[in-house]
Design a protein around this ligand. Structure first.
Ligand code: AMP
Ligand code: MG
Length: 411
């Protein structure tokens, strides 16, 4: 075991080495808020408005001046203020104003008393509870002040951010330009999805999986198809991909047996490091620089390819696109409810299904067979069970770390 795993580099070290070399794209473009989903802000978004834009009522009830309440007498109603229809008349001393939620608070009002704390006394209104200055008034600029930054640079825009921008009357937003990512699969055995299979052939899962994840991440995908295990064809693919893209992603051909000419070629075309990662699945992974782009070589096994994309390429793309927040959700503790088979030596990303147990704690079950060709384990899972490098078998009842899937894997 020692000799097999000696010399493997840890995921953390690989990530650190990889990310240290990258700088975010600097080119930007201006987009309508309606087409900016998934993009990353290139500059802070500044509010042109106060939110709320004026003092307004948080309740249906009555606007009052405190001095008018001192006697405890019921007050006549001098007018009405509705959302979109402010009270504009004279407000005589010793009276109150009927007011609805969201309506501008009339000048001079010191509080709004909710309807439930009042009683009708003929035409007059009696106040039945103590009234504090300022109660039920939402102040101008309380949420956002004019000129304040509502989003920093480096924020990925989604359903939490774009409506906020739109609510400030901002129709356009400055974003980092889309990353261009070229993708191809290598292997004589691969057939495009949808074609009949001849003896010994398999479908090309990886290019499809990678393309889907890239599209979800808002990248522009340049799909170069399946490349045969042939030096000429490979070289042509690398040269074209490097010319057209910011990032080149291949799959297959990085394991020991057949990697040799790929390695030699990459040495000639750029500076590529082949890593043997201390993770399972996903041991072989290549990373480096071509003349114009960054290169990531994923392993051929579909589970390994998806996992290394998710754990390594995803943070790389996030950094290149200027994103500030980590691409992956934080890990949490959960109790294993099934036994988990584990050999010490590599950090293991088993696929698991977590839920809240009857005791209120998180619990997690394995999805079963964890082979690096069992792609169905992803669709059955909602998290990775992350087992430390030196850990052995886990018995039911032991605590483990889980990492919930993000949206890329349907989380
Ligand atoms: P390789 O790294 O090229 O030696 O491939 C390792 C394993 O993954 C082999 O069983 C390949 O047939 C399989 N494989 C390689 N590329 C793909 C792909 N794009 N889709 C599905 N399986 C693949
Ligand atoms: Mg191959």
């Amino acid at each position: 075991m020692e000799s097999f795993t000696a010399g493997l580099i840890s995921l953390e070290e690989a990530l650190q080495k990889m990310l240290a070399q990258l700088s975010p794209l600097t080119e930007r473009e201006t987009l309508s808020v309606f087409t900016a989903a998934g993009r990353v802000t290139a500059a802070p978004v500044i509010s042109p408005l106060n939110v709320p834009p004026f003092d307004n009522s948080a309740m249906d009830g009555y606007a009052v001046r405190l001095a008018d309440l001192a006697s405890g007498d019921a007050l006549p109603v001098a007018g009405k203020a509705f959302a979109g229809a402010p009270f504009t008349g004279e407000w005589p001393a010793g009276s109150c104003i009927r007011i609805m939620t969201g309506a501008p608070v009339p000048d001079g009002a010191e509080a709004v008393v909710m309807q439930e704390q009042t009683e009708a006394d003929g035409e007059r209104i009696r106040f039945t509870a103590e009234v504090r200055a300022g109660q039920n008034i939402r102040r101008v600029g309380e949420d956002i002040c004019q000129g304040a930054s509502v989003l920093a640079a480096g924020v990925r825009l989604g359903a939490a951010e774009l409506p906020l921008i739109a609510s400030l009357g901002i129709g356009e937003v400055e974003v980092v330009r889309r990353l261009r990512v070229a993708v191809f699969s290598t292997g004589d055995e691969l057939q495009p999805v949808g074609e009949p299979l001849a003896a010994g052939q398999i479908y090309d899962t990886n290019r499809f999986a990678v393309r889907l994840m890239l599209e979800q991440l808002g990248c522009e995908v340049i799909d170069l198809g399946i490349i045969r295990d042939d030096p000429q064809a490979l070289r042509a693919a690398f040269v074209r991909a490097d010319r057209e893209a910011d990032v080149v992603i291949s799959s297959g051909g990085v394991s020991v047996g057949e990697a040799d000419y790929t390695k030699a070629m990459l040495d000639e075309l750029g500076a590529i490091t082949f890593w043997k990662l201390a993770i399972k699945p996903g041991k072989p992974f290549a990373f480096g620089r071509l003349s114009n782009s960054w290169f990531c070589g994923l392993p051929g096994n579909p589970v390994s390819a998806a996992l290394t994309f998710y754990q390594l390429v995803q943070p790389l793309l996030a950094k290149l696109s200027g994103q500030q927040r980590p691409a992956l959700p934080p890990r949490q503790r959960a109790r294993a409810v099934t036994r988990l088979k584990k050999t010490p030596g590599r950090l293991d990303f088993q696929r698991g299904l977590f839920s809240r147990g009857d005791d209120g704690e998180l619990q997690v079950a394995s999805t079963g067979h964890q082979g690096s060709h069992v792609f169905s384990s992803f669709s059955q899972a909602n998290c990775f069970i992350v087992l430390e490098r030196e850990r052995g078998n886990v018995e039911a009842g032991e605590w483990v770390e889980i990492e919930p899937f993000n949206a890329l894997l349907g989380g």
